[in-house]
Design a protein around this ligand. Structure first.
Ligand code: KIV
Ligand code: ZN
Length: 395
């Protein structure tokens, strides 16, 4: 089994579906460029049948970036969707079509109104139709077709195995297991993937993929559980953008695999030093702000204010830091000075600011800073400088 995880980014498709987060084609092009620079393996660029604008965006992204990352477009299991998805990718070098069809009892009864055998038939016909269409292009030897049994996490395991086996026989090369409504827990999701690996005889012919939503706040944990069970592709979005509570956050799964490589034994090709910049770009393009305490890319992700922590950090960063801020491209002062900070941190900052002051002056500066910290949330360098300068003029 490969020890490299394929990172499939769906910021431009599932991410863009988040209420209020739609982007125009130029904005999508900028995000696509950032994803290519980040080293994303597969970019899901959109859902071409949805609108002429979506078709145009997928086509432009595929033409411009299709030699650098694989560009993927989404389709329901319907001929007109598949024609449109494939049509948008035509002129691109590295291409994938992603087909989905719901399999859970709830979706079968209320959304599709289809029986189990009809679902299997439709999935098989669609995968075959798509693979045939793609293989008409002389440079495509093995059509890159992904199949998703939508709402897989709420599908009966026997039926899920049946659909997956047939989809692989029909030509699917990636099988994605969506937890569409964020219902799974890590143990549950691990069991689903393990069950498929054990009971689907041809499963070794495809890559298993995770696609987890965050309704219960477990999208990242579930994706990692999927990897432990043998999945080798993770579908995710920048800043965890997506429908409702969002999708698994790319920056979190990537840094979890990197930081805990000792445990997972797998890695990705992501240029992690570009994570913060990419996060900022997506936030700007979608207007969706990133919470300060968001893991990896939040403004506070590497900031320490408590005196005990700051003292430890000044001795060795490893006391309270499991990742180096520079590895994710974090810019900002990691020791935030406030009322919880101690003398060590203030002394360190005073020296970094270029002041050589004796202990007595320092004590006065420190008292001045803590008095100010009671009135405002954080102490900035300018505040410290003003207090020091004030001391020297009053001496
Ligand atoms: O969440 C989901 O099920 C999806 C599918 C289209 C893969 O986004
Ligand atoms: Zn989704």
């Amino acid at each position: 089994m490969s020890d490299t995880i394929t990172i499939f980014d769906t910021t431009l498709r599932d991410g863009e579906q988040a209420p209020g987060c739609s982007m125009d084609t130029d904005e999508k092009m900028q995000v696509a460029q950032a994803l290519v620079d980040l080293g994303v393996d597969v970019i899901e660029a959109g859902y071409p049948i949805a609108s002429p604008g979506d078709f145009d965006a997928v086509q432009r992204i595929a033409r411009r970036f299709g030699s650098q990352s694989t560009i993927c477009s989404l389709a329901r299991c319907r001929k007109e969707d598949i024609d449109s998805a494939w049509g948008a990718l035509q002129d691109s070098e590295k291409v994938r079509v992603h087909l989905f069809l719901a399999t859970s009892p709830i979706h079968r009864e209320f959304k599709l109104k289809m029986a189990e055998d009809e679902i299997v038939r439709r999935a098989v016909e669609s995968v075959k139709y798509c693979a045939d269409l793609m293989s008409k292009r002389s440079d495509i030897k093995i059509p890159n077709v992904e199949f998703s049994p939508e709402d897989a996490a709420r599908t009966e395991l026997d039926f899920l195995c049946q659909v997956v086996e047939k989809a692989i026989d029909a030509g699917a090369t990636t099988i994605n297991i969506p937890d569409t409504v964020g219902y799974a827990t890590p143990t549950h999701y691990f069991k689903v993937i393990s069950h498929l690996k054990k009971h689907v005889p041809n499963i070794h012919k495809c890559v298993i993929s995770t696609h987890c939503h965050d309704d219960l706040g477990m999208a990242v944990a579930n994706s990692l559980a999927g990897v432990e069970a043998g999945a080798r592709q993770i579908e995710c979005t920048i800043n965890g953008l997506g429908e409702r509570a969002g999708n698994a956050a790319l920056e979190e799964v990537v840094m979890a695999l990197k930081t805990r490589g000792d445990y997972y034994g797998v890695g990705t090709k992501i240029q992690t030093t570009k994570l913060c910049n990419t996060s900022r770009l997506v936030s700007k393009m979608t207007g969706m702000t990133v919470q300060r305490n968001k893991a990896i890319v939040g403004q506070n992700a590497f900031a320490h204010e408590a005196g005990i922590h700051q003292h430890g950090m000044l001795q060795s960063r490893s006391t309270y830091e499991i990742m180096r801020p520079e590895d994710v491209g974090y810019i900002g002062e990691s020791l935030v000075l406030g009322k919880h900070s101690g003398r060590h941190a203030f002394r360190d900052r005073v020296t970094k600011l270029g002041y050589q002051i004796d202990d007595e002056t320092f004590e006065k500066v420190y008292q001045g800073c803590t008095a100010l910290a009671d009135k405002k949330k954080s102490i900035y360098d300018a505040d410290i400088i003003a207090i020091i300068e004030n001391q020297s003029t009053t001496q």
